[in-house]
Design a protein around this ligand. Structure first.
Ligand code: HEC
Length: 147
């Protein structure tokens, strides 16, 4: 958020509008989920770096959100949603089965590491590195670099 001049009310209105859009617009929905993915990642990374106290409930919340994303992702790339303000690679629609498999692999990494991640910072580090690889494994093939 660069323009700090925007009134709080306008920001709130924009957030409400984007939440409404997310229900009908797969492009907005998937970007919103990815932003939440990133939000969860930042929370756990801060714990891993000792910048925030270890909090198992917050770890679980991040994993819960990732599990939700993994489940929804395959449905959020319908044909035609390669147009517009998106970094989704056209390869998604050429290799949809592989893309879906990567979403499934991500979901599996999340499910398999969810309990472990809540046990200690050390376990959290191992768990998050596995999950992070699943994020990257999809992004390297299917997310275009920033324009
Ligand atoms: C199965 C594939 C896949 C997985 C797994 C995945 N992503 Fe993504 N991600 C994408 C695609 C495709 C885009 C581009 C979406 C678009 O712009 O329409 C994206 C976009 C993003 C963005 C940019 C969002 C924006 O507003 O432009 C962030 C941040 C992100 N992902 C974070 C993550 C994190 C963190 C994880 C793991 C916890 C993750 N992603 C897992 C495919 C994936």
């Amino acid at each position: 958020m660069k323009s700090l001049g925007i009134a709080g009310a306008a920001v709130a209105a924009a957030l409400v509008a984007s939440a409404v859009v997310a229900q009908t617009d797969p492009l907005a929905a998937r970007k919103a989920l990815m932003k939440q993915n990133d939000g969860g990642a930042k929370v756990v990374v801060a714990m891993m770096r000792g910048q925030a106290p270890f909090d198992a409930a917050k770890v679980d919340a991040a994993f819960s959100q990732w599990a939700d994303t993994a489940q929804k992702l395959p449905g959020l790339f319908p044909p035609g949603s390669d147009k517009g303000d998106t970094r989704a690679s056209p390869k998604i629609w050429q290799n949809k089965a592989d893309f879906d498999a990567k979403a499934t692999a991500f979901g599996k990494a999340v499910a398999e590491n969810r309990d472990k991640a809540q046990q200690s910072v050390e376990n959290l580090k191992t768990a998050v590195s596995v999950v992070g690889q699943a994020c990257d494994n999809c992004h390297k093939d299917y997310r275009l670099s920033r324009r």
